[in-house]
Design a protein around this ligand. Structure first.
Ligand code: 48F
Length: 259
């Protein structure tokens, strides 16, 4: 068979357009493909919901690849180790209730399983805004990250979603847009993003789960963004809370979608 460059180009364009257009209306739109967003995508897709993840970067996985300070191992506690083992990831016992796992294996396995479960991941796309109707978020406004980086004046496109997961990590970008543009109160004590506090792993791991909840009508917050939104601590390279938060947000949204 001789290779035709135009057929290669046409195959990519035509498949991408079909895929993109199929995912313009979603049950759940997830912003950020870090560990919490990927875990949420995996669980929601396995429940049969139509899910897409929008990730700004070329790479999927957020802060998980880098382990701690680029030593590419992560630490989890008992519950996190159980999740990783269940996903088929090798976990090493480090003693005293600490477990380690290779961060590359964790990230790549989680990504692969989310895709295989039916979640569609769109990388290189930045969520720059939301759609709001009657004080509820009904979708996302997206653009190519390259447009954003270049500072080009190019209008975005939009995606409709039953629910949005804000899993953008430390920066809580989606809620920041909502706070700035709607002028409405967020569902926090202050009505605003309360901000991330300095490192305290033990408290932060627990509060991540408590803070995984609806932060604005239609928007659930997960992972580090949950702690940043509700004013809790950062935890550094211990990742069980991220995985559990992804699972929790999937359960909460599944309940809403099923009711
Ligand atoms: O930061 P990130 O890994 O979020 P996470 O799931 O996990 C946090 C941990 O990695 C670590 C930690 C705990 O152990 O403290 O930091 O909470 O991933 C967030 C992803 O969101 C993307 C960003 O590129 C990253 O991959 N992202 C951020 N803003 C946007 C976005 C945006 N506006 N549009 C699209 N993607």
């Amino acid at each position: 068979m001789s290779l035709d460059e135009i057929k290669i180009s046409r195959a990519i364009l035509s498949r991408f357009m079909t895929k993109f257009s199929d995912y313009l209306e979603l049950d759940v739109a997830i912003v950020g493909a870090g560990p919490s967003g990927l875990m949420a995508a995996l669980r929601l897709a396995r429940k049969g919901h139509k899910v897409a993840v929008f990730e700004r970067k070329l790479s999927i996985g957020g802060g998980m690849w880098g382990g701690g300070m680029m030593f590419n191992e992560i630490v989890v506690q008992e519950q996190g180790a159980a999740i990783l083992k269940d996903l088929g990831i090798t976990v090493e016992d480090a003693g005293d209730g600490y477990y380690t796992a290779d961060s590359v294996e964790c990230t790549s396995t989680l990504t692969s399983l989310a895709c295989k479960a039916g979640a569609m991941i769109f990388n290189l796309m930045t969520v720059e805004d939301v759609m709001v109707r009657e004080n509820r978020v009904t979708g996302l406004v997206i653009n190519w990250s390259a447009v954003d980086i270049a500072g080009f004046h190019v209008d975005p496109l939009a995606v409709r979603a039953g629910y949005v997961v804000e899993s953008t990590g430390h920066d809580t970008e989606v809620l920041r847009v909502i706070q700035n543009k709607t002028g409405e109160r967020l569902l926090t004590d202050t009505g605003k993003i309360m901000g991330e506090r300095s490192m305290w792993a033990e408290v932060a791991e627990n509060t991540t789960l408590e803070n995984t909840k609806e932060a604005f009508p239609g928007v659930f917050v997960a992972g580090m963004a949950a702690n940043a939104t509700f004013g809790s601590f950062r935890m550094g390279p211990i990742f069980g809370g991220m995985l559990l938060s992804g699972e929790r947000v999937a359960e909460l949204i599944d309940e809403r979608l099923s009711s």
